[in-house]
Design a protein around this ligand. Structure first.
Ligand code: AP5
Length: 215
């Protein structure tokens, strides 16, 4: 199954994609994670991307496409994958279509994670990632036990560089301007399903599985 997760920053794409990966073995391909790794490793690509990401703007299409091409062709993606954070504009969506066509593949489903904008700021300012386990947590919404588990594993709760109020505001505007048009784009192709992504993580996951026809 080849899935695209669409949704504003903080709508829970990463949280839910990690869970599908864990329970259904479909690899999560997150362009944000791939870019953050390149930044941390100080690769030429990472050095090019860092200031753009810190400002909350989109990294140039050619950079992202270069990363995606190799990743989609990798062995673990043969059975399918979940694209998290890609495509991000109509030009990337067209490029994805072309890329999949050359591999004789097509998308099965695009899921829109639908959350009211006023909730997103709290989710994003409260987000922390466990440095040891990579778990995506939240100081407002995760249980004390979940937060404690990271510390017990020897990790620290790390805040993303772009999760500050000014950058979040810009990321939300960039989403509205450049990514939201993909809702129409994939509706016209008959691929889009909308999932109400507010409420408990477990409840959202159940709705997501129904939308994808997963058990
Ligand atoms: P990226 O990493 O893709 O960030 P994003 O789209 O802004 O999305 P987020 O990761 O912020 O949110 P999410 O929807 O995954 O939410 P999460 O599950 O973490 O991109 C970062 C940057 O990289 C971009 O700004 C751009 O510069 C660049 N980039 C990436 N892809 C690109 C591309 N294709 N083209 C060009 N540039 C690109 O959840 C958020 C928080 O909420 C967490 O704390 C979580 O615990 C909590 N939470 C989740 N669900 C719930 C719930 N149901 N209830 C309560 N809390 C919840």
């Amino acid at each position: 199954m080849r899935i695209v997760m669409l949704g504003a920053p903080g709508s829970g794409k990463g949280t839910q994609a990690q869970r599908i990966q864990k329970e259904h073995g479909l690899p999560q391909i997150s362009t944000g994670d791939l870019l953050r790794k390149a930044v941390a490793d100080k690769t030429p690509l990472g050095l090019r991307a860092k200031s753009v990401m810190d400002a909350g703007e989109l990294v140039p299409d050619d950079v992202v496409l270069g990363m995606i091409k190799g990743r989609i062709a990798a062995r673990d993606a043969k059975r399918g994958f979940i694209l998290d954070g890609f495509p991000r504009n109509t030009s990337q969506a067209d490029s994805l279509d072309t890329l999949l066509a050359t591999l004789d593949l097509k998308l099965d489903r695009v899921v829109l994670m639908d959350v009211d904008f006023d909730i997103l700021m709290k989710r994003l300012t409260g987000r922390r990632t466990c440095s040891k386990t990579g778990a995506v947590l939240n100081i407002y919404f995760s249980s004390p036990a979940e937060l404690e588990a990271c510390k017990k594993a020897g990790g620290e709760l790390v805040q993303r560089q772009d999760d500050n109020e000014d950058t979040i505001r810009n990321r939300l505007q960039v989403y509205e301007r450049q990514t939201a048009p993909l809702i129409d784009y994939y509706t016209k192709k008959g691929l889009l399903k909308t999932v109400a992504a507010t409420g408990e993580v477990d409840a959202v996951y159940s709705r997501l599985k129904s939308a994808l026809g997963l058990k």
